[in-house]
Design a protein around this ligand. Structure first.
Ligand SMILES: Cc1cc2nc3c(=O)[nH]c(=O)nc-3n(C[C@H](O)[C@H](O)[C@H](O)COP(=O)(O)OP(=O)(O)OC[C@H]3O[C@@H](n4cnc5c(N)ncnc54)[C@H](O)[C@@H]3O)c2cc1C
Length: 405
């Protein structure tokens, strides 16, 4: 697991949940953070708690006038315990949010409680893709196993890996990782020659690794929960599988931050596909002018970006394509260059109107850090004018629906 992911997860969780809908009465906003602090998945729990506390140390513990209170509970990586703790946190502590969840069964065991009590459940680690479907109150701030697996299945064939054996823990995320890796590898021309599943609890990797050695694939793809990753790595190296030409690839769990230092140099050649960085795309306006460079014509997002509030990106892209298509037809069918010579100017007139509207609407609907009190008052006055004036509403409607072609 990666600390930066969790820092961002915490920021997102607090930001997403500070809406008035989930703020309890009183001045405290309580987050019940249920984590595996002991047991197989303890390193995940420790990292999430450390990241949450670091975020609060750096950014303070006040959001929207409420004091954030973290109530950390150790579920010992046992789903029944997670469920009991979630119940206690909702009923006794009256938490505003349930958060954490190291493994998929723990997240799923809590979903009915989130639904019944209408408590938002923020999943910060458990990675089976279907978790978010278990309750309308679940939001995930981390990642899914397919994301980490598919990227590797794209990378592998381009790097000389054609024949792969998969080895996963036999539960939701393992099956997710196996399925998505296999489908994508086959799509890319590769082959999974054997799919091995090991028990989730107390697995003995030895017979499985021996089988992999005998099969001599180009690579072994592994997903096991982070605690078990070090054991796989150790046994993989002890058997000299790396020296036998078998490459170890996997999701990020086999090179857990906390255990990496103890893995020795053998970990150096391992390739993993986990997301290690997340960011929120900045709101921005961009136009490449002109949109023609010799025989190259730019269209759509390649030529211009609008902030999303006006929903103009696809609209502008489609118009560029319409103009470009008719210009190209004119060029080949009628041997006329008028259309292609006029293409850039024709598009740009429309694009700048879209850029103007998108930026205006974004400035109206979003708060920016440097706006201050005056900025907020101006925004409120603009909104009031928009709602109260039929002239202003008509301008808004004309731009929003789309200017004529
Ligand atoms: C989350 C989100 C929500 C959005 N909502 C709206 C909305 O409500 N309304 C709206 O108008 N706009 C919306 N947009 C913007 C809109 O999707 C884009 O502006 C629009 O899709 C741009 O079209 P495009 O054809 O220029 O680029 P794209 O749709 O990005 O198409 C580019 C294509 O090129 C492919 N490609 C890239 N590199 C290569 C390569 N080397 N070889 C071959 N193929 C390649 C890509 O896979 C992709 O299929 C949204 C965008 C996002 C991300």
């Amino acid at each position: 697991m990666h600390k930066r992911v969790f820092l961002n997860a915490m920021a997102l969780a607090i930001a997403a949940l500070s809406s008035t809908a989930v703020l309890a009465d009183g001045n405290t906003f309580k987050i019940g953070l249920i984590l595996p602090m002991t047991g197989q998945q303890a390193s995940t729990g420790r990292q999430i708690e450390a990241a949450a506390r670091l975020y609060m140390a750096q950014n303070g513990d006040m959001v929207a006038g409420k004091k954030i209170e973290l109530i950390v509970k150790d579920d010992t990586t046992v789903p029944d315990v997670t469920k009991r703790l979630a119940q206690e946190l909702v009923v006794n502590d009256k938490v505003n949010v349930l958060a954490g969840f190291g493994i998929t069964p723990s997240a799923l065991a809590t979903a009915p409680i989130a639904t019944q009590s209408k408590t938002p459940q923020v999943v910060m680690a458990a990675a089976t893709s279907s978790i978010t479907e278990a309750s309308p109150y679940i939001v995930r701030t981390s990642f899914t196993l397919p994301q980490a697996s598919v990227s590797l299945a794209d990378w592998a064939p381009k790097n000389g890996i054609k024949k792969v054996v998969t080895l996963v823990s036999d539960y939701g995320p393992g099956i997710d990782a196996e399925k998505f890796f296999k489908e994508r590898l086959i799509f890319n021309g590769g082959q999974v020659i054997e799919s091995l599943r090991v028990p989730l609890r107390g697995p003995d990797f030895a017979p499985f690794l021996q089988k992999v050695r005998d099969l001599k694939p180009d690579a072994l793809f592994v997903f096991v929960p982070s605690g078990a990753g070090a054991a796989v790595m150790k046994q993989f190296l002890e058997r000299g599988m790396d020296k036998a030409g078998i490459k170890l690839i996997g999701t990020g769990d086999i090179t857990d931050d906390d255990q990496l230092n103890d893995m020795g140099d053998g970990a150096l050649g391992v390739v993993t596909g986990a997301s290690i960085e997340k960011s929120i795309a900045p709101l921005r306006s961009f136009v490449a002018e002109p949109m023609r460079f010799g025989r190259m014509f730019l269209a759509g997002d390649a030529a211009h970006i609008v902030p999303p509030t006006g929903a103009k990106g696809l609209n502008l892209a489609a118009t560029d394509v319409k103009y470009l298509a008719s210009s190209i037809i004119e060029f080949y069918a009628e041997q006329s260059e008028a259309g292609i010579n006029h293409y850039s100017d024709r598009c740009l007139r429309r694009i700048w109107k879209g850029e103007r509207f998108s930026w205006w609407f974004t400035s109206l609907m979003h708060r920016f850090p440097n706006d201050g009190a005056i900025g907020q008052k101006l925004q409120e006055a603009e909104l009031e004018y928009l709602v109260g004036s039929s002239a202003a509403s008509t301008v808004m409607a004309e731009n929003y629906v789309g200017l004529p072609l």
